[in-house]
Write a protein that binds this ligand. Structure first.
Ligand code: FES
Length: 106
């Protein structure tokens, strides 16, 4: 099972086993990771699942789609490595992925 590490804005680190085929958002919600709200349930329609992808992982997770880019405009403190975690599908290639959670969601 791929492991995903979530680091919240206070520096608390949580490393979680993720199911292949789920998303980084679903894994966070299922495991009560604070700071990811996911109000729209993963439809790319709320921007409350915003995370920062660790620089080492940006090439693996890829760039946001145009639709995700549009939604990210509503995110809080968006940066070049911002992604919506509901749009990152878990695969074996993401084993070891590190994402940081913003101080707050939009
Ligand atoms: S859960 Fe709403 S955009 Fe990701």
């Amino acid at each position: 099972m791929p492991k995903i590490t979530y680091i919240d804005s206070t520096g608390t680190v949580r490393t979680i086993d993720a199911e292949v085929g789920s998303t980084v958002m679903e894994t966070a919600i299922k495991n009560d990771v604070p700071g990811i709200e996911a109000e729209c349930g993963g439809a790319c329609a709320c921007a409350t699942c915003h995370v920062y992808v660790d620089e080492d992982w940006r090439a693996v997770t890829g760039d946001p789609s145009p639709m995700e880019e549009d939604m990210l405009d509503f995110g809080f403190d968006v940066k070049p490595n911002s992604r919506l975690s509901c749009q990152i599908k878990v695969s074996d290639a993401l084993d070891g992925l590190v994402v940081r959670i913003p101080e707050r969601q939009a």
